[in-house]
Write a protein that binds this ligand. Sequence first.
Ligand SMILES: NC(=O)c1ccc[n+]([C@@H]2O[C@H](COP(=O)([O-])OP(=O)(O)OC[C@H]3O[C@@H](n4cnc5c(N)ncnc54)[C@H](OP(=O)(O)O)[C@@H]3O)[C@@H](O)[C@H]2O)c1
Length: 269
Amino acid sequence: MTAHADGTVALVGCGRMARALVRGLIAAGHPPQRLTGVSRTGRGARALAEEYGIRTAGTVAAAVRDASVVVLAVHPHETADALAELAGATTPRHLLLSLVASWRTEAIAARLPDVPVVRAVPNVAVAERNGVTVLGDTPDGTALAAARGLFDGLGQVLVLDEDLLEAVSALSGAGPALVAGFAEALAAAGRAQGIPAVTADLLAARAVCGTGALLAGGATPAAVIDSVASPGGMTEAALRRLDEGALPESVRQAVDAAVRLSYGRLVTA
Ligand SMILES: NC(=O)c1ccc[n+]([C@@H]2O[C@H](COP(=O)([O-])OP(=O)(O)OC[C@H]3O[C@@H](n4cnc5c(N)ncnc54)[C@H](OP(=O)(O)O)[C@@H]3O)[C@@H](O)[C@H]2O)c1
């Protein structure tokens, strides 16, 4: 057991990503009393306490006092303030797990000297223990193992060079929203064909879930396409239209826009 593996976690920031994490951790058997939330107005922390039974703290210092792992889950523009509060409250016995986009590990470490820092990019599917979390590689093997320990029960965990994390945030962090956008478009197309709304929504959602299961089982996207699209058939006609409508190029541009935004506000020191 590492020094950070006693399961006490402080969540600094209790919004969308923290909610998904709390839900997944509790579903994985993490005791809610070992999770303490703190948020700027207190609203987010109170909501998580009411819904999941976690503890709340009135200040960042009180939240981290008895925690071994501190999860930083605030927006990039809120991060400098949150780090200023953490600077007086964290010690080398803490592990700081930053979920914040656009803040390089060294920029966070510069504000929290001697505190081990690992950067993580989870996605909201950790709520269903079906997510993927990418950890930024670090020579600190103890910190990396502790970070992995927190996310292991919530889906797949990968370790990649930090230089890839802005692109990973766009592809994987934002991925569920992009895929859900496609599901919405598929359902709308079904409604336009006269399928009742509830049924069209269900069929589109099941198409996404089923495809996800096939891909998770090891099928490549090309193999899934091949298993559906017979030559000259309906699927082939639909796919041709998607290509003409430039779906791949639209998706490439969408990811590129997110990456450019992230680099535009990158904090490196
Ligand atoms: N959403 C995702 O799918 C996702 C995926 C990967 C990474 N991330 C990263 O996770 C971070 C948070 O995103 P989000 O979508 O969860 O944001 P969000 O829903 O807007 O939540 C932000 C939270 O931060 C709190 N906060 C702001 N300043 C604070 C401070 N100084 N001290 C304590 N709490 C403070 C807010 O408090 P109140 O509740 O009191 O207003 C709120 O609870 C971002 O950096 C994002 O890049 C998000």
